[in-house]
Every structure is written in structure tokens, then in C-alpha cells.
Write a protein that binds this ligand. Structure first.
Ligand SMILES: [Zn+2]
Length: 758
């Protein structure tokens, strides 16, 4: 998983930037948490770590691991787990396989056909392409498949719903088109895949087809594969449609590990499984269903790149969608490798990447997985020279990420207590290809990330990967169409000289660690130049495609290993854990201001809609010969009292300042160690045991995947989503709870400051 955000950034930059952009601050000689002498020794160690990394070995490993379909339950997935285990052992790690039995439905039968005057039966297969030997080895792979969709056999007229997101349903309402009792056809994009059947169901639809429009990742973007990288006519994006923003992991063991003997809830009681059948198809299939649609012509922003007039449908020919799954459990194989720390064995640095793909999974996930293995190889070589990490390293090769973060979630749930007492950080990667560094991280870890990125050289430009990411942001902010968000980020980066770091939403294995257990986390990868988006989750995400279009020469695999290796080594060896809290205080302050503005703008918008409705303006502004009704009136927000949150932010600012001053002074090992014991669980203070509204599994009150975005993060989600949905009591409640968790964090920061000051 994890590709949409990075792919969405493709195309922001039109020119390769050579040389520094002149915005980055000079790299300080002292690393966060190290003494000056310790910093020099650490950098020397990192030089030795780098020297063991090899692009050839990453290439060979990917070729082997991507040779056959490797989805959950496939023979090659198990073989890859055994191969990974053997490699870790050969490199000197204490490694084992931990298994979980997880619900993983696979297709028993799938049918999609158009009835009426131009009948058509859809194909769910992706034909092999000349020049790519891997695409001829699909035996045992899955056809087009939406895992965790419902069983069903439904026949009804089709309605085209654009991306199938909430705003699209508001447009449909104004067009006078209902999806009640119909089958919707949505294009990919606009939000989490699983929201499409979920929202369709909530609006009364009985089936959901999802297709890849060539405007988004096909021939309108580049030459299709094999000539170019883009999604070919029959390329399908498989994927999960589980209700991921509600919880992740095995739907039958919510909140606890799906080990042998654990109780299972019935499939009918699982919160994250869809009620209606869903299927993904290629544009070469979708065109047969979209072309004959009647009803109104689709609004301009809904039209893709197919050579048809896009209609909304609703009264056209009927389609039949019949899906039946084998509701079987499969074994998920996590490979867990440990290298014990010498000074603090009970403090863990956890590093993970998933290993399962949708078919061959070269870019997603093996580009990240093979880099993780290269790090482990190099760390093993360092260990053979007598070096040992200060804290314990735990390397994980997760299974079952694609369906629902199964391997990571079940492992995190099984070991929750131990992780909450021992894990200092979780570091994740997933997809990777040529281009720019993308990072999302807990606010307290941004200083660590910034320093690590400043020490890794970008192979295309010879500046640091940090300076390159900064330059990209600065240039993107000047381009036509740059939104306020990117301009704001660029201005902030200009001011601070720090690497732009995003908020943790979801879409990869960090979610159970940060959002469920409250373990400070980092997610990173490279991309933006590699062109893997068009084969995302298809049978064309192969070694051959990746070697041509993803990361030719496998150089960015090495760059990822260098960057992540620094994060791992510094987190493991720092005398004082490399957390800082100024960023937390500053960022939360900005977010509270955003919430206040959100309330004000909702109030203004509701007033404006009232004014226009009172003046009959919507009717006067529309063409009376086409159907387009007025929007609904909105309920204006009441006064919300943010003072608890304002006070909590002020207190956090004071605590963060005091801590940063204390950590800047030399402290000595004893004091540092006393502070470490407080620091390593500090992120947990930002969680609340009751979690977020309607989704108690998500306990972090500062960042979460949006209920209606899926991948994208919502900050201060309890309050923000309450304001967005007009749930005012809930907004008041979560203003209070969010203030409570911030105060709890301030208390811990103060305790760490006292420990440092002696
Ligand atoms: Zn992935």
C-alpha cells in the first residue's frame, strides 16, 4: 500500500534542480542526543554502514522475491518469508517467524456483466506483455479483487459517481440522481478505496464497481506499458476495501492478536467488512459499462480521459455484479529479527516494511523490503566487527499489509504491553522509487529526521536529500495552481530551514504503532520521479517494470537504506533519546488556530447559503432545461469555547522550551538515562483510552487517518472531524479531551526536564 500520496506529487516539479537551493541551514556538528565526540564516532560508524550497502544486492534480492505472485496465503509469500528468515540468520541476527491466522477472503466466483442492447461480460485478467517475462508467470495470483467487499448477486441500473466521495454525492443530489437500489461505478482517486463502497452503501446503492480512469494513471499521463510506464488498457488496481479508518488488522479479532486459539467474532459482526459487493476493473472493461449510460451529462470535473461523453446514468441499461468469496483464514508470516542492545537491551528501536504484494509487488512493497534487508545485512556486518547497538534493534518483515495491515497490527496487538514499555520508536517504509525524500513523522522526531536527511547525499544532484526535498517544495510553491497548503509549508520551510515533514495518516504499517499504541513513529520513502503509479497493485508491478521506470540502477534503494539506517543507528545509540518538543508545541498551536478558522468559515458558509437560498439565487443561476436543484441549508456552528485547548498549548510551549534548554546543556549519562525512561513512552500521553468517536481502536488524539479521507491525516481529529460534521457536543467533548492529553504530555516533558536538570 502507500502510493497515492507520493504519486500525487509526481509532476509538481518540471525541472531537475541542480545545486543547493540556498534555503537549508548548515548541518550542526552535534547530533541530537549525542555529545560532540559521540557524534563524530556515530558518523564514522555510519560511513562503515554505508560501505556495506550494494545496489546489486538489492536488485538480485528483488528479482528473486518478485519472481512469483506473493499475496497472503500464496506459496511464494511463504517462500519469501523463509528466505528472509534465512538471510537474517546468515547475517547474524536472532530471527524467527511469527505466524497469525487471519481472515483473508479470496474470490470463489466473480461476475460483472452489462445487460440490455449491448451486452458485455467483463474480464478480470491482465494479459502478459511482450518483453516482461514476469507477466507470463501469473499462475496462483489473484485476478481483479477487492478484498473485504461483501458477497452478493445484484442486478440494477448503473450510476457514475465520479470518485464516489462525499462531495460527489452532494452533486448527485443536486442533479436529482439517486443511487438507491443502483450499482455505482466510481473511478479511482479522491480518497481511500474502501470509502467508495462504504459511502455507496450508506447512500442506498447495492453494488460498487471501481475503475482506473486513463486520466489519472493511464494513457493520458504517459505511454502505457510496455512502451512506457503508464497503466495499460487491461491494468487493474486490486486493493482492500476494508473500513480501514475504523480499525486495521484481522476483522475477526478486533483489538487483540489473531493467534491460535484466540476467539473470533463472526464475519457478520466484523465492523470493517463491506456489506455490498465491490470489484475493481481496468478502463478497457469500464468503457463498455460507461459508454451506454444515459441520464445527465457528467459535470466537467467528473470527466476522465475515455473517448466517450461521460453520463451520470441512473436509468440506462442494467448491470449484474455477482461476487462470492471463500471466507477462509490464511496464515500470515511475520519475520522478526532481533539484535540485542548492549547498554539498554530493554529499549527497542523497531523497523518494519511489508513483504506481501498484490501480485508480484516489485515497487509495492519489495522496493522498500529489499532496502530494509540491505540495512540488516550491513548491520550484521558491523556486528561481526565487534560493534553492537546501544538499544535493541527489532527488524520486521510484515505479511498481510495489503489487505488490512494484518501482520503488523496482529503483532502489535499481541505484544502491546511489551511494546508500550520498551519501544522507543517505530520506523516504517513501504514503496520506494527514484526521486525526492518523503517523510511523515511524530512531531517529536522531526529533528532526528532532519539531521539524518542532511547527512545523505542525493545521487542525482549531489546535494543532501534534505536540501533537494526543500528545493522541490520551494519551487512547487511558486508554480501556477499551488494551493495555500503547499505555500504555507514552503514559507515555514524557508523560515526554519528544516526538511518538510508530513503528518501520519494511514496507508502503511506504522498505524498500529503510532495510532493504536502511541509509539512515536516515522514513515519514509523516495519517489516523485520513478514512474510506478501506473502499475500500482497490478500484475505489471514487476521487476522488469521497476528496473526500467521505478529505480533504474537501484540507486534509490541504497539511498533509502542510508537514510533509514541513520535513523535506526542514531535512535539506538543516542545517549539521550533524540526527541524534541518545540515542534509539537508549535504545530499544535497552528492546528488549534486552524480549528478556530474552520468554525468561522463554516459559519460564514452557512450564512452565505442561507442568503442565496432566500434570494432564490440557485434557481436563477441554473439552466431551467437541465435538472439541478439547490443545495441543502447548513446548520451554523454555535460558539465553541477553545480556552482549555489554548491553555494546554501555552503550557506545552513552556514545557517544551524548558526541555529544549535542559537538553542543550551537557547532562551526563546518568541523568540522560533517567530522562530516557520518561521520554520513551511520552507519545502515549497523547492517546486517550476511549479513542476517537466511533473508532475506539484509534487512540491518538493528535493525528489519525481521516474518516472521510482514509490515507490523508487529520490533525486533532476528535475536534476537527466533529466540526466538519457539525457534531457540536462531540466537538466540545474533544476540545476538553485533547487539552487533557496535551497537559499529560506537558507533565511528562516537565518530568524529563527535571531528570535532566538533576
Ligand atoms: Zn505497500
Amino acid at each position: 500500500m502507500k502510493s497515492d500520496n507520493r504519486q500525487a506529487c509526481v509532476g509538481l516539479i518540471s525541472a531537475v534542480i541542480a545545486g543547493g537551493a540556498g534555503v537549508a541551514a548548515a548541518q550542526p556538528a552535534t547530533l541530537l542526543g549525542f555529545t560532540p565526540a559521540g557524534s563524530a564516532a556515530e558518523r564514522a560508524l555510519e560511513g562503515r554502514f554505508d560501505a556495506n550497502l550494494s545496489a546489486d544486492s538489492i536488485r538480485d534480492r528483488m528479482k528473486l522475491m518478485a519472481a512469483e505472485p506473493n499475496q497472503v496465503g500464496s506459496p511464494h509469500d511463504k517462500a519469501n518469508a523463509e528466505y528472509t528468515l534465512a538471510q537474517f540468520k546468515a547475517w547474524g541476527w536472532d530471527a524467527h517467524i511469527e505466524t497469525f491466522n487471519v481472515l483473508y477472503p479470496t474470490p470463489k466466483s466473480e461476475l460483472l456483466e452489462l445487460l440490455g442492447p449491448t451486452p458485455y461480460v467483463a474480464s478480470f485478467n491482465e494479459p502478459p506483455v511482450p518483453g516482461d517475462a514476469t507477466t507470463y508467470r501469473q499462475a496462483g495470483g489473484l485476478p481483479a479483487w477487492a478484498v473485504y467487499g461483501g458477497d452478493g448477486d445484484v442486478t440494477a441500473p448503473l450510476v457514475y459517481v465520479n470518485y464516489g466521495m462525499p462531495a460527489d454525492y452532494a452533486v448527485l443530489r443536486r442533479l436529482g440522481v439517486s443511487v438507491k437500489g443502483k450499482i455505482v461505478i466510481a473511478r479511482y482517486g479522491g480518497g481511500w478505496r474502501g470509502l467508495k463502497p462504504k459511502l455507496a452503501d450508506e447512500h442506498g446503492a447495492i453494488g460498487c464497481i471501481i475503475y482506473s480512469d486513463p486520466a489519472d494513471d493511464g494513457f493520458a499521463t504517459a505511454d502505457p506499458y510496455p512502451k512506457g510506464p503508464a497503466r495499460p488498457e487491461h491494468g487493474v488496481q486490486r486493493g482492500s476495501v476494508s473500513d480501514w479508518p475504523t480499525e486495521t488488522g484481522d476483522p475477526l479479532t478486533p483489538g487483540y492478536g489473531s493467534v491460535n486459539g484466540a476467539p473470533r467474532i463472526p464475519v457478520s459482526g466484523a465492523k470493517t467488512i463491506m456489506h455490498i459487493p465491490a470489484v475493481p476493473i481496468a478502463w478497457g472493461e469500464a468503457i463498455h459499462f460507461l459508454a451506454p449510460l444515459g441520464g445527465p451529462v457528467a459535470p466537467k470535473s467528473w470527466r476522465g480521459a475515455l473517448p466517450i461523453t461521460y453520463h451520470v446514468g441512473g436509468d440506462g441499461p442494467r448491470a449484474r455484479l455477482a461476487i462470492q468469496a471463500n471466507w477462509d483464514q490464511k496464515t500470515a508470516y511475520d519475520v522478526i529479527a532481533v539484535m540485542k542492545g548492549v547498554t539498554q537491551p530493554d529499549a527497542w528501536v523497531v523497523r518494519g516494511n511489508h513483504r506481501d504484494g498484490w501480485v508480484f509487488g516489485a515497487q509495492d512493497p519489495l522496493a522498500g523490503q529489499t532496502a530494509l534487508m540491505e540495512e540488516a545485512k550491513s548491520l550484521g556486518a558491523l556486528a561481526r566487527t565487534g560493534w553492537r547497538p546501544g538499544r535493541t534493534l527489532v527488524y520486521a518483515s510484515w505479511d498481510g499489509e495489503e489487505p488490512a495491515l494484518l501482520g503488523s497490527t496482529e503483532w502489535a496487538e499481541t505484544h502491546a504491553q511489551e511494546l508500550q514499555s520498551k519501544a522507543v520508536v517505530y520506523i516504517n517504509s513501504d514503496t520506494n522509487d527514484r526521486g525526492f525524500l518523503f517523510v511523515e513523522a511524530s512531531y517529536s522526531l522531526r529533528g532526528l529526521v532532519d539531521q539524518a536527511a542532511a547527512d545523505v547525499v542525493d545521487p542525482e544532484t549531489s546535494v543532501s536529500v534534505r536540501d533537494r526535498a526543500l528545493a522541490r517544495l520551494q519551487v512547487a510553491a511558486t508554480e501556477p495552481g499551488a494551493g495555500p497548503e503547499i505555500r504555507g509549508l514552503a514559507a515555514e520551510a524557508q523560515r526554519s530551514g528544516a526538511l518538510p515533514v508530513g503528518d501520519l495518516g494511514s496507508g502503511s504499517d506504522y498505524t498500529p504503532f503510532v495510532q493504536h499504541l502511541g509509539i512515536a513513529s516515522i514513515d519514509l520513502g523516495f519517489g516523485g520521479e520513478g514512474q510506478s503509479g501506473g502499475v500500482y497493485h497490478s500484475a505489471y508491478d514487476t521487476f522488469e517494470h521497476f528496473a526500467r521506470f521505478g529505480d533504474p540502477g537501484f540507486v534509490y534503494g541504497v539511498v533509502l537504506a542510508k537514510t533509514t539506517g541513520r535513523l535506526v543507528l542514531r535512535a539506538a545509540d543516542a545517549e539521550l533519546l533524540p526527541f524534541r518538543f518545540d515542534n509539537l508545541a508549535k504545530t499544535v498551536a497552528v492546528e488549534v488556530d486552524e480549528l478556530k478558522m474552520l468554525v468561522a468559515s463554516r459559519r460564514e458558509h452557512a450564512k452565505m447559503v442561507d442568503r442565496l437560498l432566500d434570494a432564490n439565487a440557485f434557481a436563477l443561476a441554473s439552466d431551467p432545461t437541465t435538472l439541478s436543484g439547490p443545495p441543502e441549508r447548513e446548520s451554523p456552528p454555535p460558539e465553541l469555547d477553545f480556552s482549555d485547548l489554548d491553555m494546554a498549548v501555552e503550557r506545552l510551549r513552556t514545557s517544551a522550551r524548558a526541555y529544549d534548554e535542559a537538553m542543550a546543556a551537557p547532562v551526563g549519562a546518568d541523568r540522560a538515562q533517567r530522562a530516557n525512561l520518561i521520554l520513551q513512552g511520552l507519545e502515549q500521553a497523547l492517546t486517550h483510552p476511549d479513542g476517537l468517536p466511533g473508532r475506539p481502536w484509534y487512540r491518538h488524539l493528535i493525528y489519525a487517518p481521516g474518516m472521510l479521507t482514509g490515507y490523508g491525516a487529520k490533525t486533532l481529529p476528535g475536534v476537527r472531524e466533529a466540526i466538519e460534521s457539525g457534531a457540536w457536543d462531540q466537538a466540545r467533548d474533544f476540545i476538553n479531551r485533547t487539552a487533557q492529553v496535551l497537559n499529560a504530555a506537558s507533565e511528562k516533558i516537565d518530568a524529563a526536564t527535571r531528570a535532566l536538570s538533576g
